[in-house]
Design a protein around this ligand. Sequence first.
Ligand code: GLC
Ligand code: CA
Length: 555
Amino acid sequence: MSKWFQDSVVYQIYPRSFQDSNNDGIGDLNGIRQRLPYLKKLGVDVLWLNPIYKSPDVDNGYDISDYEAIQPNYGTMNDFDLLLSQIHDNDMKLLMDLVVNHTSDQHYWFQESKKSKTNPYSDYYIWRDPVDGHEPNNWGSAFSGPAWTYVSERGQYYLHLFAAGQPDLNWENPQVREEVYSLMRFWLDKGVDGFRMDVINLISKPSGLPDADQDGGAAYGDSFDIVSGGPRLNEFLKEMNQKVLSRYDIMTVGEMPDSTPEEAINYTNLNGTELDMIFQFEHVNLGGNPDPRLEKWNDQPVKLSELKEALSRWQVALDGKAWNSLYWGNHDQPRVVSRFGSDEPRYRELSAKMLATTLHMMQGTPYIYEGEELGMTNVHFKTLSQYEDIESINAYHQLVEIEKVVDPDRMLDYLSFMSRDNSRTPMQWNDEKNAGFTDASEPWYALNPNYQEINAKDELENYNSVFYYYQSLIKIRHESELVRYGSYELLDPKDEEVFAYKRHYNGQTLLVMSNFTEQNVERNYQQEDGELLLGNYSDSQKYLRPYETKVYKFG
Ligand code: GLC
Ligand code: CA
C-alpha cells in the first residue's frame, strides 16, 4: 500500500526570499499566501517551509529562540493559521522545519543553562570541563573553528556542531526529549502535515565524546563523521515515533548528512516505526576538493559516472525497503543548472529540463527548490562582501586568512560555484522592480541580475518554458504507477556522456535518456518501439542533441 508521501511532489519555500507582502524587503507568510495559485498551477502537493520561528538569524532561522512563536519579520501566528488553512483549502499540505539538534543561544533554556551547573536547565545542553585549559576534544564546527565555546559563568565549554549561537541540545536528558515532543505536538495539533528534520542524525553523541579523525592537516577533527548515526539515534527516533509521529497522519523526512543506504533503511522503513524518508548527501557531496582541508570548496564539474553511481545505488538499495527523497537543490546547495548543467543562455533551459527529467523519473518523492522550476541560476558574485551566509563568510576567513591554504581569488571562485547564497537570492517573479519580489527600495538580499531574462511571468506566458516542463513532469508522476513505484535499472554505468536508465512495473518499462554534454551523441536503446512521453526538443532525431532528454514508455 502506498502512503500519501510516496505519491507527492514537495516544493520547498525559503520564506525570506519567496515573496514580500508588506514592503519591508523580507519575504513573509502573507507573501506565500499570495502565491498559492502559482504553486497550485505548478501542481505540487506539499509545501515545506524553511524555519519561520523566532530567531536571531545567526544562521537564517536555523537558530531558534522560541519554537512556538513566528519570527516577527514573517508575520503573526494569525497569518500562519490563515496560511495553513488556505494551503489545506487548496488540497495541499504543509511541512515545517524541525530544528532540534540545537537551539539558539538566545533560547530561554540556554540563557538559563549557562548561568550555573545547578539550575533546572543546566543539563539541557552539552557542557564539559576544559581539558588542560582548552577544548574538551578536537571537534570542528560546520561553520569553521572549534565546536566548543567557553562560558566563564560555568567555567565550562558547551558543544555547538554549528555556530556558537547554535548550542547542541543534550538528547540524553529525557526532559529535553519531552520538550521536543511537546513543541512537535504544538504544531501537529494546529494541523501541520509533517516535518523536515534538520540534521536529525546528529542528535545522539558518541559516549565519552572522543576525538574525531583529523585528515590531511585539517585544523579540527571531522565532528559530523564521528557524531552521525550515533549510538542512541534509533532509540530516540523510535521513541519520537511512538510518542508523537505515529499519532498523526503525517510525513517526515530527516536530513542526514554522511548517511549510507544501509543507515537510511535502518532509520526509515515502510512500516512507519521511525521516519518516512531521509535526505542523503552522496550525490551533492561529489566533486569536493582533493585537498581535504578545503572540503566542499571547489569549482570542478562532477564526473557523470560518479553521479550515476551515487544516485543509482540509492535507487536500487532502497527499492521495496525504504523510500528515496529526490532532490538536486535546496537552500544549502548551489543552483542545480549551474552545478550539473549549464547556465549559459543557449543551454540553460535545455539543461534545466534535462536535469529535472533525470531526477523526476526516478523512484522516490521529488523535492523542488523555489526557482528551480524556472531554471534559476547561480548568482556569480565577485567579492566577499556580496555574501551573507555564515558558512561562506567563515570558510573564507578560516581558509584564506587563518589557515592560508587557498588564495583569495581561488576561494572566491569556489564560493561562486558552491556557496549556499546562490540559492538564497529572491525569487524572480517578473522583469519589473526588484523582480516583483518586493516594492521596498531594496530587497533583504541582492537579486540575481538575470531576472530580466529569467522570471515566472515570462515563463507562464511561454508554453515551452521550464515551468510548464516541471508541470508536465509532476502530472506524469501523478498519473503513472510505473513512474511512482517501478524498479530501477541503470544502463551503461561507465558512459560519461549519457545518463540512461529503465524503470519496470507490471510488465511496463520506462526508458529515460539524458545527454549531459554539449555535443550530439548517438545511443541506440531501441527506443523506436516505444511511445515518446516527454522530451525537451520539439522534434525527435536518431541522436541526442546537447542536453537532450527523452522519456519512452513500452508496454
Ligand atoms: C541544516 C540546514 C542548514 C543549517 C544547518 C544547521 O543543514 O539545512 O541550512 O545551516 O542544518 O541548522
Ligand atoms: Ca515582508
